[in-house]
Design a protein. Sequence first.
Length: 163
Amino acid sequence: MRADNSQHIVDAARRRSEYTRAKAIQALRTLDAAGEPVTFETVATQAGVSRSWLYAQPDLRAEIERLRAAHRREPRSPVPAHQRTSDASLLRRLEAANARIRRLTEENQQLREQLARALGKQRAATTRTNPQRAGASNPADGHAVPHHQRQLPRPPVRADRVE
């Protein structure tokens, strides 16, 4: 009676199938990482398999179609996968931008306060040296003029402008 060697044949076919799948998956990863177009032709050529075999593998077919569609949506100079911005990187950039905005807002507030103090000192100095110009009093009637009713002197009319 002959020995049944069919199990060895089945095992060899399974190993060959696993090896072929691994080559196809590696080809997909390599093409995507390099920013190359992922098509059935390029994957088949890189992996050394037939296009018909790729079409017969539902998961590989779906992944090739997904990457091919993503490549079509990208600009003409695609960024390789290892150079694409990660979500964590984008989050760090956003946090840094927000921190900078907070810092600039605080600095802006400090500068506004400094300007207000400087203008207040300037106004106080002007009031002490020239009370009439500052509008502290109206010499015509001898009464103080409230701040909201004070009139600032009008600038002279320029010769090139007609009012």
